[in-house]
Design a protein around this ligand. Structure first.
Ligand code: THU
Length: 161
């Protein structure tokens, strides 16, 4: 038996102004779209913005439904729309924000992580993530792998038989 361990590096910012490059613009794009979230049941509004390799920005917000499981998280709304409009473009970055004053940044659910890592694996390039809470604390990850170690890989299916 071998004991193994994992170490995950990520950055925490207490001010969004300390982020470099276009992250701040992307956060503003996400925050400005929060009002479009359709979250009448949870009242928990989430916004996600994908930056594609061609520079296009694709936004998504959570969509709820009276039949609860029929709704979809902001991250999947955004990335599915992005890959529908630009199927051949890599997803460079995703920003996730919430209107809620959570003390920790809003972190994608397991299903959204699995969806994001599918694109990360097939595009052979990490998707960088930034997550922000309502009170502006920010976490930055270099790769979806960092928030979903041991992910299921669609390639496993091809190794059968
Ligand atoms: N939600 C998201 O949109 N993204 C997340 O990362 C977590 C949760 C949504 C789903 C639902 O509409 C509401 O937040 C409460 O779970």
């Amino acid at each position: 038996m071998i004991k193994k361990s994992l170490n995950i590096d990520y950055l925490e910012y207490t001010s969004i102004n300390d982020l470099e490059g276009d992250w701040l613009d992307l956060i503003h794009e996400a925050d400005n779209n929060l009002e479009n979230a359709y979250a009448p049941y949870s009242n928990f509004k989430v916004s996600a913005v994908c930056k594609m390799a061609n520079g296009h920005i694709v936004k998504g917000v959570n969509q709820e439904n009276g039949a609860y499981p029929s709704g979809l998280c902001a991250e999947r709304v955004a990335v599915f729309a992005a890959k529908s409009q630009f199927p051949d473009q890599k997803v460079d970055k995703i920003v996730i924000t919430t209107a809620d004053t959570t003390t920790v940044p809003v972190s994608p659910c397991g299903a959204c992580r699995q969806v994001l890592i599918e694109y990360e694996m097939t595009q052979n390039q990490p998707i960088e993530l930034v997550m922000k809470s309502g009170d502006s604390k920010v976490w930055q990850f270099k790769s979806v792998k960092d928030i979903l170690p041991f992910a299921f890989n669609g390639e496993f299916l091809k190794e059968k038989g």
